[in-house]
Design a protein around this ligand. Structure first.
Ligand SMILES: Cc1cc2nc3c(=O)[nH]c(=O)nc-3n(C[C@H](O)[C@H](O)[C@H](O)COP(=O)(O)O)c2cc1C
Length: 157
C-alpha cells in the first residue's frame, strides 16, 4: 500500500517533551495537530514502540515545542535516537525549562511551547493518539517553522 499519509505533507515538525520519575525525554513528531478549541485539545500520534509513549503515559503530561529552523540538528537527533539509550537533553544541548502549570519539561530555544495535561490515549491502528489539554502556552519569539516534506527533506515556512 502507498504511504497515503504523505498526501497531507508537508507537516510541521515539533519536539514533544515528556517527564516521568524525574527523567525527561524529547521526541521529534510531525503528526501533531489541534483537536478542539474549547477545551483546547491537541493530539500527537505515536507508535507505542517510542520510549516517549511510556513516559507520557506514566507522567500524564507532555510539551509541544515548535521547532525553529536553527533547531534542525537537534530535531534530527531527537527523531533518530531513543531516550531509552541517550539523554537527549544532554546530547542535543537544548535547554530544559520547567513548565509553569504542571511541571512538564519544555525547551527554552523553542519559539512557542504548549504545556499539556494528558487526558486520553486512543488506539488508532498502528499508532496511539495521545490527547493533551493545553494548560499553559509560553511564547518566546516570532520564528519560521520547519516542515517535513519526506524523510529528512525539511523546508522552512
Ligand atoms: C521529522 C520526524 C517526524 C517524526 N514524527 C513522528 C510522529 O509523528 N510519531 C511517531 O511516533 N514518531 C515520529 N518520528 C520518529 C521518532 O521521533 C523517533 O522514533 C524517535 O527516535 C523516538 O524517540 P523515543 O524512543 O525517545 O521516544 C519522527 C521522526 C522524524 C525525524
Amino acid at each position: 500500500m502507498e504511504k497515503l499519509y504523505r498526501l497531507l505533507y508537508p507537516m510541521r515538525i515539533v519536539l514533544v517533551t515528556s517527564r516521568a520519575k524525574g527523567k525527561d525525554n524529547i521526541m521529534t513528531a510531525a503528526w501533531c495537530f489541534p483537536l478542539s478549541m474549547d477545551p483546547p485539545l491537541f493530539g500527537v500520534s505515536l507508535s507505542d514502540s517510542r520510549h516517549s509513549f511510556s513516559v507520557m503515559e506514566e507522567g500524564k503530561c507532555f510539551g509541544i515545542n515548535l521547532v525553529a529552523p536553527e533547531m534542525r540538528e537537534a530535531a534530527l537527533l531527537c527523531g533518530t535516537k531513543s531516550g531509552r539509550e541517550v539523554d537527549k537533553f544532554a546530547e542535543s544541548g537544548l535547554t530544559k525549562e520547567e513548565g509553569e502549570k504542571i511541571g512538564c519539561a519544555l525547551i527554552g530555544e523553542s519559539p512557542v511551547s504548549i504545556e499539556c495535561r494528558l487526558v486520553d490515549t486512543i488506539k488508532t491502528g498502528d499508532h496511539y493518539l495521545l490527547v493533551g489539554e493545553a494548560v499553559n502556552v509560553k511564547k518566546r519569539k516570532e520564528s519560521k517553522g520547519l516542515y517535513q516534506k519526506a524523510g529528512t527533506d525539511w523546508i522552512e515556512v
